[in-house]
Design a protein around this ligand. Sequence first.
Ligand SMILES: Nc1ncnc2c1ncn2[C@@H]1O[C@H](COP(=O)(O)OP(=O)(O)OP(=O)(O)O)[C@@H](O)[C@H]1O
Ligand SMILES: [Mg+2]
Length: 284
Amino acid sequence: MSVCIAVTNQKGGVGKTTTTVSLGASLAARGLRVLIVDADPQANATSALGIKGRDEAGLYAALIEEEPLDRSIEATSTANLWLVPTTPALAGAEVELVTVMAREFRMKRALEPLRAQYDVILMDCPPSLGLLTVNALAAADEVIIPVQSEYFALEGLGHLSKTVEMIRRNLNPQLAIRGVLLTMYDSRTNLAREVEQEVRTHFPATFRTVIPRSVRLAEAPSHGEPITAYDPSSTGARAYEDLADELIERLRERDLIPAVAPLQRARPVAAGTAVPPSEVAHGA
Ligand SMILES: Nc1ncnc2c1ncn2[C@@H]1O[C@H](COP(=O)(O)OP(=O)(O)OP(=O)(O)O)[C@@H](O)[C@H]1O
Ligand SMILES: [Mg+2]
């Protein structure tokens, strides 16, 4: 029982990495064992979690040399949250994968042996539809698509849903769009509200939860910790807590993850503090 989710949008700067790291930390705070895979050569998720990637290990070696991925996994300062870090060397994989056998399925194969150890695997994708993203989509059960609440959001979404359809037809028939997520939402503007309405009309699988624009969310990566540790009572942290609840609800409906104990909200937790086993309700 586990789920593998690609956080993807070919458009840059829409909140993919922020969502991967913040949602991952919020799910981990509920006692779920979460693995974040940094599949973007920009390595933003790696640095946002305060970890330094090593060129000789990590995703690159797993994808190109078929090295086991478990040697690359690093614990983060958040309990229950682990990371497969990356470095800019991963950009080479995009080129080198072109000539390898079964090039679209390298990520799927690398993750397969790890699935039993984690409840949720979240993959942070690069802002492109190249082979790294295709590998993530071929490995995923589900997709979360963050979209910035602005005018061009819908155009990008149309393109992306065609890609998901193509992946479904050719590589991964199970792939489901679990949700579109509105990010950097400014409720004071008419534009944000109009975009929200349009997105919800075209994509009924849009999450109820909307992520507001929040300075604290933008600051957290420079401190190398997720928002749940950096400022747990901020509006950004609360929004990602809500998103975690909503996602858990959707995943539990299909029995994809174990039952979790409800989280006590906005309780400041020091980075690295382990959740006491009594708060972890696995195996329901
Ligand atoms: N809700 C938010 N409020 C304010 N700033 C945000 C929010 N979400 C993300 N940001 C900031 O916006 C920028 C882009 O976010 P992020 O890196 O998460 O996007 P991305 O889609 O991963 O980008 P890329 O396509 O380059 O990988 C970052 O500086 C981030 O800190
Ligand atoms: Mg990113």
